[in-house]
Ligand binder design. Structure first.
Ligand code: MN
Ligand code: MG
Length: 659
């Protein structure tokens, strides 16, 4: 079996990782150390699977080695082979997050008797329990409940409430708040003993904002820590020997604040919990990111002394907490613990990926039909575009491939801010061309003709798995944001012909166009910032005639800008986007939002609105290179006159703009 042949390899890699402090090691099967009256229990975690079963990227339509429960399954098989006593738990966010999830929700639906593919795969692996993540609510409660109905294991969540009582234990919850698993463990002397394992689950209460349209009026969400404090004593009372928290919540601030999203550290202070399985942040714990986190002991993999783990995302890792239990009268207590995360792939120094395990054929077989249907889905139209979506002129004019991203982001952020204190502010949207030639070569452009739009095309429009953010900025910051972008261009001497327009050191993904304002770029002025975003000519201004709603933008005006997590948290070092202006950390990827936008609109019309252009410089012309396929579109670009100017280097075509 593949598990056997790949097992030693994954172990080596796991030891190598541990040298860097990423994981703790366990050199011998833990059960070898158990003596009479002691038993070894292995707790396995998957988290944030997001419908990834096959090792396949449905956006780019090709196999990948970095994702897939079918791969994680190989580790599960190894661990079960090593030890008699184990439980397999999932920490939530299984139902949404890739085109297979969208296919089931938007196209096929959940019919009577259907089993959702991720549930089918989890059933195949014999999961013992799962909790709800925030993304379980993305397609509505009816879809959720139909999907859960097919699970051959309990799905729990203690803080999603249908009817609130005076305290959490008086609530009627959406699904059962906890479960007690009756299991048998074998001790070091070979004797069998009963053990009762309590499992309770939590989700960020922010679901009420993120999925307000599905949830408000139907459920409410309680604070994670408050809910845990109320329920854990009851689970103990009912006879649980040990209690495990499935915390679909990250390792965030040390101190508890009411309703906090990433509550796993304060959750660790709750008496009666024996282990905390975390997730939601798509990170790995233990790991270098947590070396200095208060309340966390990264070396011992504990949160407030309780063993804890976070197993990455999309099946990238299997989390493992080993507990050595000791019989204590009629109960069990935790004597010692050990924690690991086992990766399914390794990134090499040349950035190539090596698979560390092979897919489990049974898991693949359980979703083969859904996989095949998903492939057909991503390759056929999900909507239509009334304008061609290409990026050939994205660096020299307002462009449809950037416009569609801006429109979708703005549409989404407007929904998210409804009913919040920011609801009245004007919403702008920032987006940059990702595929715009350059080092990617003359074919490296987005090019979707008028007509059908497929899911595959969306990956082309938005290359990165970023998530949506909104920032609140001043008029002065909007202006400087655009000044930073305008570093894309060389300084141009008025009255001279055929000057080189684009600065080759400036990556296109930092050329943010802001939609919702109008402006011109005066190329005769020097750039205010270097291509890395450092101050260069603090008094220079390339951005002129900056207007909102036909009125000049003044420094003290206030705006919301829809963007992504990279930009909002300081990526590219943009004024107004250094991490301290974020007002919305949305859970959805920009890509998912674009798909949702196209599916809901049916036909999109991302015609560029020419909201920005170069300021006129009479008698001046510039040259730039783009893909040869651009020729067909050159005379239909709004707001600019473009003419062919021969061949560029390396297969590029050259064009001239008269300023
Ligand atoms: Mn997630
Ligand atoms: Mg525009």
């Amino acid at each position: 079996m593949s598990n056997q042949s790949f097992g030693p390899m994954s172990r080596r890699s796991f030891l190598a990782t541990s040298a860097a402090g990423a994981t703790l090691t366990m050199l011998h099967p833990f059960s070898a150390h158990a003596s009479e009256g002691q038993a070894h229990l292995r707790i396995m975690e998957t988290t944030d699977l997001h419908v990834h079963v096959f090792p396949y990227d449905y956006y780019s339509d090709r196999p990948v080695d970095t994702v897939g429960l079918a791969r994680t399954a190989a580790h599960i098989g190894d661990i079960r082979a090593e030890a008699t006593n184990s439980v397999l738990l999932d920490n939530g966010d299984f139902l949404q997050g890739n085109p297979m999830g969208d296919y089931i929700a938007y196209e096929r639906g959940m019919r009577e008797g259907d089993t959702h593919p991720i549930i089918a795969a989890m059933n195949t692996l014999g999961f013992d329990a799962s909790t709800l993540g925030n993304h379980e609510f993305n397609y509505g409660l009816d879809f959720l409940m139909k999907s859960l109905a097919g699970a051959g294991f309990p799905i729990i969540s203690a803080n999603v409430v249908k009817e609130a009582g005076g305290t959490p234990t008086g609530d009627t919850t959406l699904v059962r708040p906890y479960v007690i698993l009756d299991r048998t463990v074998t001790d070091g002397a070979g004797a069998e003993h009963p053990i009762r394992i309590g499992i309770i689950g939590f989700v960020p209460p922010q679901i009420m904002q993120w999925d307000a349209r599905h949830l408000v009026g139907n459920v409410t969400a309680r604070d994670i820590v408050e809910t845990a404090r109320a329920w854990v004593p009851q689970i103990k009372e009912e006879g649980a020997d040990i209690i495990i928290a499935l915390s679909h919540s990250g390792i965030g601030a040390a101190d508890h604040t009411e309703g906090m999203e990433n509550a796993s550290i304060p959750l660790g202070t709750v008496d009666g919990l024996d282990a905390v399985l975390t997730g939601h942040s798509h990170l790995v714990f233990p790991g270098p990111a947590y070396a200095e986190t208060p309340g966390v002991d990264n070396d011992n993999a504990t949160i407030h002394g309780k063993p804890a783990v976070m197993a990455g995302f999309w099946g990238s890792h299997l989390g493992l907490i080993d507990l050595m239990l000791e019989r204590d009268g009629n109960a069990w207590r935790v004597l010692t613990h050990s924690v690991e995360t086992r990766p399914i792939s390794r990134r090499n120094e040349d950035r190539s990926i090596t698979a560390l395990v092979e897919s489990d054929p049974e898991v693949l077989a359980s979703v083969q039909t859904d996989h095949d249907e998903t492939l057909a889905y991503i390759r056929r139209a999900v909507g239509k575009t009334a304008a061609p979506l290409h990026s050939y002129f994205a660096l020299v004019a307002d462009d449809p491939s950037v416009q569609i991203v801006s429109q979708a982001q703005k549409w989404y952020v407007a929904q998210m801010l409804e009913g919040t204190e920011y609801a009245g502010l004007p919403i702008l949207s920032a987006a940059a061309p990702f595929k715009a030639g350059g080092r990617g070569g003359p074919e490296y452009f987005t090019d979707v003709p008028v007509g059908d739009v497929a899911i595959k095309n969306v990956a082309d429009l938005y290359l990165y798995p970023n998530t949506v953010r909104a920032v609140k900025v001043t008029g002065a910051e909007v202006r400087d944001w655009l000044e930073r972008s305008a570093g894309m261009f060389n300084q141009i001497e008025p009255g001279k012909a055929d000057q080189v327009l684009l600065n080759p050191d400036f990556p296109s993904y930092n050329f943010d166009v802001i939609d919702g304002v109008t402006y011109q770029i005066d190329l005769s002025q020097p750039s205010k910032f270097t291509s890395k975003g450092e101050a260069l000519n603090p008094d220079a201004n390339r951005i002129v005639n900056l207007m909102y709603d036909g009125q000049p933008v003044t420094d003290d005006m206030e705006f919301v800008i829809a963007t992504n997590n990279y930009r909002a948290s300081g990526g590219g070092s943009f004024p107004g986007a250094k991490g301290d202006t974020i007002i919305l950390e949305a859970p959805d990827t920009n890509r998912d939002v674009i798909v949702r936008y196209i599916v809901e609109q049916g036909t999109i019309d991302p015609k560029a609105d020419a909201n920005w252009s170069f300021a006129p410089l009479p008698g001046t012309s510039v040259l730039f290179d783009t893909g040869p396929a651009a020729t067909a579109y050159a005379d239909s670009v709004p707001g600019v006159t473009i003419e062919p100017a021969g061949d560029g280097p390396d297969g590029f075509a050259r064009f001239r703009i008269g300023l």
